[in-house]
Design a protein around this ligand. Structure first.
Ligand SMILES: Nc1ncnc2c1ncn2[C@@H]1O[C@H](COP(=O)(O)OP(=O)(O)O)[C@@H](O)[C@H]1O
Ligand SMILES: [Mg+2]
Length: 259
């Protein structure tokens, strides 16, 4: 029995227990949320604007702390282990590309490692690898300001990946991207999941990602209302103000967005 339990525990990368979050003005953004997230999952956090997605995501790496309840990341209480938590959970913010500060694409990705005083040779090796993986290497000496929307968003992802997070959280990763940009970012995220990263993505538009997701969680008014396999949740989306993908509406089930 003990072996079974420890095996289950080790697969559990994030454990959220009855958390609440009240903002300074008294508004309760999160109301008694509990959630277990397992290694390797690809989770869509859906819900209309203001349902509490960003507020919940910000708890996953300690940017916001709950006023009651507990968050455990990789076995550690987030409140007491902020540095450890942020090593495990990388966060790509909504419109993360507006926060780009490096003079070149290479410098932008190297920035986090330079702050940690990692040796130059190691920085060069690691940044090169990540730029190659994300198909950005040919742009390494360019100014981030000249990149396309999709390239900028992938650069923001590269800046997070260089820190080796096991879990990557995306807040509306397709916002303000055109069709090619969305395809680029989507395929990057799918590759990250296939290479073993746990993905948690908040979005109000689930059409591009539903085929690759393993689980959908729907939030409404700071509460988790639904949590299950995409095939079981897809017909419930519109009752929470989230558009049902066209293929599902037309009776074709869940289909890949790109053909
Ligand atoms: N700093 C804040 N102070 C007060 N209320 C906030 C604050 N941040 C967010 N909220 C409110 O909390 C609710 C949830 O917001 P948010 O988590 O951003 O929703 P979503 O990401 O699902 O659109 C909204 O009603 C929003 O106005
Ligand atoms: Mg949001």
């Amino acid at each position: 029995m003990a072996t079974t339990k420890s095996t289950i525990m080790s697969k559990n990368i994030i454990e959220i227990n009855n958390i609440c979050h009240t903002f300074a003005d008294g508004y309760r953004g999160i109301k008694m949320v509990s959630l277990s997230i397992y290694k390797g999952e690809f989770i869509i956090l859906a819900g209309k604007n203001g349902s509490g997605k960003t507020t919940l995501l910000r708890h996953l790496n300690g940017l916001l702390l709950p006023d009651s309840g507990h968050l455990i990341v990789n076995g550690h209480d987030v409140k007491k282990h902020l540095v450890q938590t942020r090593k495990t959970v990388g966060m790509v913010f909504q419109d993360a590309d507006t926060q780009i500060i490096g003079d070149t694409v290479f410098d932008e990705v190297a920035f986090g490692l330079e702050n940690l005083r990692v040796k130059r040779a190691q920085i060069n090796e690691k940044v090169t690898q990540i730029l190659e993986d994300l198909n950005l290497f040919h742009l390494k000496d360019k100014s981030p300001s000249i990149l396309s929307g999709g390239e900028k968003r992938r650069l923001a992802i590269a800046g997070i990946l260089v820190m080796d997070p096991e879990v990557i959280v995306f807040d509306e990763p397709f916002s303000n991207l055109d069709y090619p940009g969305t395809i680029q970012v989507l395929s990057t995220i799918i590759d990250l999941n296939r290479s073993g990263h746990t993905i948690i993505m908040a979005t109000h538009d689930i059409e591009p990602v539903i085929y690759d997701a393993t689980r959908i969680i729907i939030m409404d008014k700071g509460l988790i209302k639904e949590d299950g396999r995409p095939a079981d949740i897809v017909k419930l989306l519109e009752s929470y103000g989230v558009k049902e993908p066209c293929s599902s509406k037309f009776g074709l089930g869940i289909q890949p967005w790109q053909v």
